[in-house]
Design a binder for this molecule. Structure first.
Ligand SMILES: [Zn+2]
Length: 76
C-alpha cells in the first residue's frame, strides 16, 4: 500500500510509517482526514489528486448514509 487517508484523532499506530501530505476536511460533517504517503514514494501532485478523489468519496458516503472509515486506501 502506498497511500492512505486517515481520519484525524485516530491512534498513532494507524498512521505509523506514513508521511503526512496534507489534510482534507469533509464538507458534510467536518471530519478531517489526512493523506499519508509511503515515505519511499512521496508525491505532492499525486496527493493533490487524491485529495480531490477523497472529497468525492466522502460526499458520496453522505449521500448513501454510509459512515466514513477510519482509514481509506487511496488510488495511485
Ligand atoms: Zn463527512
Amino acid at each position: 500500500m502506498r497511500a492512505v487517508a486517515i481520519k484525524k484523532g485516530q491512534s498513532r499506530e494507524k498512521a505509523a510509517g506514513f508521511q503526512e501530505m496534507g489534510t482534507l476536511r469533509c464538507d458534510g460533517c467536518g471530519e478531517e482526514f489526512y493523506i499519508g504517503h509511503n515515505p519511499n514514494s512521496v508525491d505532492k501532485r499525486v496527493a493533490e489528486k487524491q485529495a480531490k478523489w477523497l472529497e468525492k468519496v466522502l460526499a458520496e458516503e453522505h449521500e448513501r448514509d454510509k459512515k466514513h472509515s477510519d482509514r481509506i486506501e487511496l488510488p495511485d
